[in-house]
Design a protein around this ligand. Structure first.
Ligand code: GLU
Length: 598
């Protein structure tokens, strides 16, 4: 199946076939270029490359080399040392102007020849061949393949490089170059003669778009801070003396070269390369400029284009009272939660958390001032460092106000820098566990603590309403059972086995999925009981019950119930009445518990 992206790229190449402009001729070897060659390549940050036209045809990289050598100088010497030699101010001059900034005495930027020759001199390594080998290898790591020099272009340009030679000697005179100016000149001219095709250039651009990681090889070539620096200089100075026009019309950091190439970078998305040797009056590929303007418009690639505002980071926000955890709570505990859970809030976040998204979350939480918060980031794709810092600040603020946020982050997108320390927020694999944690915390704050911190047998609805006689009979009939972690207590499908009162620990009911996987349905702790629901399901146990940690139960078995019913009708009536009351109580709670979300 043909990709619509491919079709679009082909159609746009077809529409930009004007024959304005002249091939550069001041470098003799370039004058021979076929003026009608035309190629386009677009490389995505995940390494897919679309090409149209003659994308494998080779030509010398020329000035498109400048950002890459500047990047190497930054990476070899550090930003400060490079800044001491080359400025980052747009010059508005022609690329080969023989001048230095009158105020600083330095070349204006690394995209004009004076700055580029200086950058070439800042590449580390022994002078001559070894240093150039580093340059060649460096470009190759952006392109993802080994590159070579077009020796004819090199010697043709070196023999006629009077202007660049003048610039190099001027740089030496003003001590911007510290070594032999001829060597820096040769180094620069040689880097301009490195042979590439349009596909290579798109991948080189995509490496910058991808924050310095080559999208196909996955190698980190350049640190992100240097990527930012290089792209900024490309944005303001990359298109000779039409940089202002370009950034207004196309809106992408770019660099062009006199052989007819242009690269453009859309950070985080794509690297673009066009090749067409006819140049406009600024020395930029005429068709290349037209094509990039069209693409930027059609595909909304302008960096200043405001696509969507990022104020939707909080997709859902509701009080904790709307999402009772699946833990069955005894009445007293439930009453505490009914009263207090409305002042704690669940926040479901989604998308990429950049600055604006994090600000939105922080504002929502500050507005609510929740007693406790559940922050659910399961649907968050990516978190910028600035967002991480904001969320950390939010946590300290909550703590100062006596609050705490339980974080649901099974994929670890938050990368809490405090993970593993006492400062970390409580983290949970699923929302139910976080909600349960908040409920327990509310019970500690407003009640006697969660039921599993107390012994509750006497309070159990099955036992507490019985007369002393009936209670004695039932107590005698109940068996004391213990289970260890994960041990099966009741199996789904088994016949009614009796009523089980949790004495200590936790039992979990699970439902078996179609693939045999267990879905955790309900957790039961002291003060609750299970097994009796089978009476409402043709005497068949519908869920499997396992111990979650050590578990102690009192069981009034089905046989005991039958025996009491037959032998002691008085006790049986009391017992059945208590069971019915407990059944109605659970049904009522289920009806009132609201909608279980997400
Ligand atoms: N090597 C060429 C020069 O310095 C590069 C010019 C360019 O591509 O702009 O003249």
């Amino acid at each position: 199946m043909r990709s619509p992206v491919q079709e679009y790229l082909e159609s746009i190449v077809d529409q930009c076939r004007s024959t304005d402009g002249e091939v550069a001729s001041y470098i003799p070897e370039l004058a021979d270029a076929d003026p009608d060659r035309f190629a386009l390549a677009l490389a995505t940050v995940d390494g897919h490359v679309y090409t149209v036209g003659d994308a494998d045809a080779r030509y010398s990289i020329q000035s498109i080399s400048k950002p890459f050598t500047y990047a190497l100088a930054l990476s070899d010497q550090g930003t400060e040392a490079v800044d001491a030699k080359v400025d980052v101010e747009p010059s508005g001059d022609a690329f080969n102007e023989i001048s230095l900034a009158s105020d600083t005495g330095r070349p204006r930027n690394a995209m004009i020849n004076a700055g580029a020759i200086t950058a070439a001199s800042l590449v580390a390594g022994d002078s001559g061949e070894p240093r150039f080998e580093r340059v060649l290898e460096w470009y190759g790591s952006f392109a993802g393949r080994d590159l070579e020099v077009d020796e004819d272009v090199y010697s043709s340009e070196l023999a006629t490089a009077h202007r660049n030679r003048a610039i190099a000697h001027m740089l030496r005179e003003f001590q911007i170059l510290e070594g032999d100016p001829e060597e820096s000149l040769a180094q620069y001219v040689r880097q301009c003669a490195i042979s590439v095709d349009t596909r290579d250039l798109a991948l080189m651009a995509a490496t910058l778009a991808n924050g310095g990681v080559q999208p196909v090889t996955g190698t980190r070539v350049l640190e992100t801070t240097s990527v930012e620096r290089v792209l900024s200089v490309m944005a303001t100075c990359g298109m000779y003396d039409s940089a202002g026009d370009w950034i207004s019309a196309v809106g992408m950091p770019a660099k062009s070269g006199v052989s007819g190439g242009i690269i453009a970078v859309l950070p985080g998305q794509v690297g673009l390369a066009v090749f067409s040797p006819r140049l406009d009056s600024h020395g930029n590929s005429a068709r290349g400029v037209e094509l990039c303007e069209r693409m930027s418009r059609d595909m909304e690639m302008h960096l200043m284009h405001v696509g969507r505002s990022s104020n939707t980071a909080v997709r859902n926000r509701y009080p904790l009272s709307q999402v009772a955890s699946r833990r069955r709570r005894p009445d007293a505990d439930q009453a505490v939660l009914d009263e207090h859970a409305g002042r704690s809030v669940v926040y479901e976040l989604h998308g990429d958390l950049l600055f604006a998204g994090a600000e939105h979350v922080v504002r929502a939480v500050v507005e609510d001032a929740p007693e406790l918060a559940v922050v659910d980031v399961r649907r968050v794709d990516d978190v910028a460092d600035v967002a991480r810092v904001a969320l950390r600040g939010l946590r300290s603020m909550l703590r100062e106000a006596g609050s705490e946020a339980a974080v649901v982050d099974p994929h670890g997108v938050l990368h809490d820098p405090d993970a593993g320390t006492e400062h970390a927020s409580p983290f949970f694999e699923d929302r139910d566990s976080a909600v349960r944690w908040c409920e327990d915390e509310l019970l500690r704050r407003h009640g006697d603590g969660p039921a599993d911190e107390r012994a509750h047998v006497d309070d159990h609805p099955l036992l507490r309403g019985l007369s002393p006689d009936a209670r004695r009979v039932i107590d005698d009939a109940m068996e004391h059972l213990t289970f260890t972690d994960d041990e099966l207590v009741l199996e789904a499908g088994a016949p009614f086995a009796g009523v089980h009162v949790v004495v200590s620990g936790t039992a979990v009911a699970t439902v078996e999925g179609p693939n045999g996987d267990r879905t955790h349905a309900v957790a039961m702790n002291p003060g609750t009981s299970f097994g009796e629901l089978a009476l409402g399901a043709d005497d068949v146990q519908e869920t499997s019950i396992h111990a979650d940690g050590d578990l102690t139960l009192l069981r009034l078995s089905a046989e005991s119930i039958d025996r009491i019913t037959a032998d002691q009708p008085q006790v049986a009536v009391e017992m059945w009445r208590a069971m019915a009351r407990d059944g109605y109580r659970m049904a009522d709670r289920a009806l009132r518990s609201g909608v279980e979300r997400g």
